[in-house]
Design a protein around this ligand. Structure first.
Ligand SMILES: *Cc1c(COP(=O)(O)O)cnc(C)c1O
Length: 487
């Protein structure tokens, strides 16, 4: 596809401006640029076609089924967008006085209080711009907590092997060393291994529950207790709260700090890099270390709306003001339109949809870990199909199936994650899909399973209809070409 720069022709433009009737005010020479900016010149028609063509090449949640495990690609109600585009929210500046931005402060306060209630935490910040950013902040809170107690020996964070890849990365970035512990055959935290790992050098544990295998760990209270008794703190990776929102709370499971991806569970469109919000909630003992804290207790509040910008013990600013504010507006609109019962229904339907798909797919595919699901254990909001046997028997990989699904009008599931499952396809249907959509997706997967026997080559050469077939993924990840070479 030609870029705007390649379509550009000197002299083309799309603005017809009236002749300027005020005199020029020339800028001093030293602030003027030496060469004109390299901007493409196009007419409006070309620009509109260009962006339409780009939009047609992408696949979003509005185009079709998008069961991207762990990502919660749910339908984002348009009323959220309407709320976020109100001029009272878009045309304000964070440096305006509190007296003129009461509505915005109220949004932060109210959304913070709902999310505290849903997560079982005492205080909150909206500064982090992503889930991984929230993890980093949460770990710095844990670090600050131990430091304030002069407990310098706690340098290790325990992370189970089923964790999202961002967990060990965030722990390392925050200056901790990472202790990996294996999962049991059932996919749960190995309690004996945890007891061995926890000790006076443990700063904390990072856990997702339900984990990335879609399993809710029944030993969660014992797990968090082991860490607390060893003097550590528990971090809850709540990037994806879809299975438990309004049902159980990380705070009640023994967690001290958690991040919530508003751009997953709380219905902000995501993908392509943002904008998001990895809101971080924590228990009271960690609250003094928060950046831009949104605190519940009036005594702790630094201004009338309860938004404390500068706490003396804060880890410091991680982003400007209260982060991506309009994401918070969307989350609040979403929560208000759902109401208390609607929030729990999100989790109930997310779990129901995943179990429906898993029950049907079980007829022809292996669900991982077999040891847990063979016993008839339900999954939570997502589940993992393993194509290890298909790969061994027919040389058809998870990638082949994923690429073939693209030709069938659906977005592929998450592939090759979690790392502990070979040839993994991680499916998260979300609560906003109908039974008909789920049935179509299952039928598509059954049809592909059949083609693995009858016409395996067609799977290996998929996709046939996508704009990009099979790029060199390592090269695309390691050496992406993101700059245009003007030559
Ligand atoms: C998405 C996700 C993250 C990271 O969130 P980002 O906003 O992509 O940085 C962390 N943990 C889990 C379990 C996730 O699903």
């Amino acid at each position: 596809m030609e870029l705007l720069f390649e379509k550009s022709r000197v002299g083309r433009s799309c603005s017809i401006l009236p002749v300027c009737d005020v005199p020029d005010a020339p800028l001093p020479a030293e602030v003027r640029r030496k060469t004109p900016p390299r901007l493409p010149s196009l007419d409006e028609n070309e620009i509109s076609r260009h962006y339409n063509a780009l939009a047609k090449r992408s696949f979003g949640v509005n185009d079709g089924f998008y069961p991207l495990g762990s990502c919660t690609m749910k339908y984002n109600p348009k009323i959220n967008e309407e709320a976020a585009s109100l001029r009272g929210f878009t045309d304000i500046h964070p440096l305006q006085s509190a007296a003129t931005t009461r509505g915005a402060l109220k949004v932060l306060d109210l959304c913070g209080s709902y999310l505290r209630e849903l997560s079982g935490m005492d205080a909150m910040t909206f500064q982090p711009a992503a889930g991984s950013h929230g993890e980093f902040v949460g770990l710095l809170l844990i670090k600050a907590y131990h430091k304030a107690r002069k407990d310098a020996a706690r340098t290790k964070i325990i992370v189970p092997d089923s964790a999202h890849g961002t967990n060990p990365a965030s722990a390392a970035m925050a200056g901790f060393s990472v202790v990996n512990i294996a999962s049991t055959n059932n996919g749960y935290v190995d309690i004996d291994a945890l007891k061995v790992a926890a000790g006076p050098d443990t700063a904390g544990l990072m856990l997702t529950n339900p984990n990335t295998l879609g399993l809710f760990d029944p030993n969660i209270l014992e797990i968090t207790d082991i860490i607390h008794k060893a003097g550590g703190l528990n971090y809850y990776d709540g990037a994806n709260l879809n299975a438990i929102v309004g049902i159980v709370r990380p705070g009640d499971m023994g967690f001290d700090v958690a991040h919530l991806n508003l751009h997953k569970t709380f219905s902000t469109p995501h993908g392509a890099g943002g904008p998001g919000a990895g809101a971080v909630g924590c228990k009271a003992p960690l609250a003094p270390f928060l950046p831009a804290a949104i605190l519940p207790h009036p005594v702790l509040r630094s201004d009338a709306a309860g938004l404390s910008h500068r706490q003396s013990e804060s880890i410091g600013r991680v982003r400007a003001f209260h982060g991506n504010f309009l994401v918070v507006v969307r989350a609040l609109a979403y929560l208000l339109s759902l109401g208390r019962e609607g929030v729990s229904a999100v989790a109930e339907n997310a779990v129901l949809n995943a179990n429906y798909m898993m029950a049907r797919l079980k007829e022809r595919f292996d669900i991982a870990p077999g040891a847990a699901y063979a016993k008839g254990s339900p999954c939570m909001h997502e589940f993992v199909v393993s194509l290890e046997n298909l790969k061994a028997e027919k040389d058809i990989s998870a990638l082949d199936i994923a690429k073939s699904l693209q030709d069938m009008g659906m977005h592929p599931p998450t592939m090759y994650f979690p790392l502990i499952v070979h040839e993994a396809l991680m499916i998260e249907p979300t609560e906003t899909e109908s039974k008909e959509t789920l049935d179509k997706a299952v039928d598509a997967l059954f049809a592909l399973r059949e083609r693995a026997d009858s016409d395996p080559e067609s799977l290996r050469s998929a996709p046939r209809f996508a704009v990009i077939g099979r790029p060199d993924e390592v090269k695309a990840a390691r050496t992406p070409v993101v700059r245009y070479n003007f030559g």
